[in-house]
Design a protein around this ligand. Sequence first.
Ligand code: FRU
Length: 572
Amino acid sequence: MTDASSPRLSCRAALSSFAVLGTGGLAQGAGANTPPSSGPATPLPPQAPDDTRRDEPNASHPSPADQPGGMPHPVMKTEVDMPYRPTIHFTPTTGFMNDPNGLVFDGTQYHLYYQYNPFAPYAGHVHWGHATSPDLLHWTDQPIALDETGAGEAFTGCAVMDSHNASGLFRTPQGGMVALYTRASPHAQAQYLATSYDNGQTFEEYARNPVLDISSNSFRDPQVCFHKPTGRWVMVVAKSRLHQIAFYASIDLVHWVHLSDFGPSGLFGVDYECPNLIEVAVEGGGTRWMLFVSVNPGAPTGGSITQYFVGQFDGTRFIPDNTVIGLTDFAKDAYALQVYSNMPDAEAVSIAWLGNWQYAQELPTQSWRGAMTLPRTMVLRRDFTGGLRLAQTPRGLDTLRDTPLACPAGRLAAGESRQVSLPQGRAVELCMSVTVDERPHGLKLGDKGRTGRFIITFGNEGGEKLTIGFDAFSGQLWLDRSNLAGFAQPFFTGQFSTALAPDDRHFEIRIVLDACTLEIFADGGLAVGTALVFPASPLEFLRLEASGAGATIGSLNLYPLRKTMPRMTAAT
Ligand code: FRU
């Protein structure tokens, strides 16, 4: 947007001046960007640079803010956003956020960089936002780390600790942090390098960028790990429209040699994005390599999804164990998963964007859009088939638990239910294990409840409900957000399901509900469902119900979780 009456600010200056506005204001009208004609100067919201481009960079999702004149409504602060603002999930202060980037532990702090448009609550003008944390749960906002430049937007990438100065770009033998990322313009996508001399606070772009360019406008999202057996850095990067993941090696992070290509494999979709390669522990001993590939659009559930392959990486190529495609989620709001680099004891930890390109830019918040999943610990586990599957569990969440709410376990007869009030404005974690009774005798085929179902409902007196349910006959779990009235859009589909172990009337589950985010971890994290949820009014109660057959609740704990995010939310 070009507004001749507004002096254009540099992005960083604009952001810091905008911060003094605070977050508590009511919705601002269309004139909010225009300075008053008299009185003290009002700080201006950030302004996008002049638009000279005719086109957007090549990605399978539209970025309206990249279109000339594409910022018809910039960031607006409104109280309407507060009930949807998570208390323990990372969200940007204002603007639009998508993929996690540069996930790295620097020896003291965890860094979370992220795809960020500071100017408006939809995609475009991509910068790297930044936050740091001592525990992956309490985040402190940091200044923007990488700007959009004349060479293009700062698309997705990674950060690594070059602790021995292999790059030769640092003045001391201890080295420092290196970011590798894509600069994306309408004509080119190439891999760039930047160094940080202050532990990730600020970056200097390498003078001889790009460090990897194959003359393509569909080549992006590098992720780099150190491969000990060959003593080289290995990069995986997407040749998006070719549906291939390219592997490169380097000894100095600057010069890259092509090793191999993987794919097309698994889901096809339109674009392959955000590949990640990591060696993951197998429960019971040993390790396997995992290759994560995000696909958009093309998910079985619609839109964006992260798939994975389990196999071997020999330093040159990734060889999958079999033709199985794993999906990281059975719902549709976990995308662009990225793993942490430089983790002590090689712990595998990931964060994904809690969103889907099908509706990310239309969500019913005005001042900010985009959330991250909780950090998740990842292991490989043999399931009932003997196959290796990803198990994900929230990392460190128990440290946020407040005194559990009174919520008795025990028996529920068929048709019986139990209800407790939910604390308002707080994230809650529900942990339970349930065994549904054997199918009662005498029920006719097709009778409702013949199977025995256990239903968990978060609801309100207005009739809105969010249900998670277990069907003991078929051993399947469902998630149903379709009875929430705060947001509707054709792709914002309501119901998802997944298979748990067959012939097992027992299930265990952890559910984290935090404002507009829901994360479900069933059977120790083998089945994970991540969903955005938008009730029109707050959800006031939790109801547990045995339908068709009785059920025994073996354990049941409902914890309010202590707020970690410095944001104005419903409770503050
Ligand atoms: C994935 C993605 C990446 C790209 C970034 C742009 O969501 O499309 O491929 O680097 O988002 O913001």
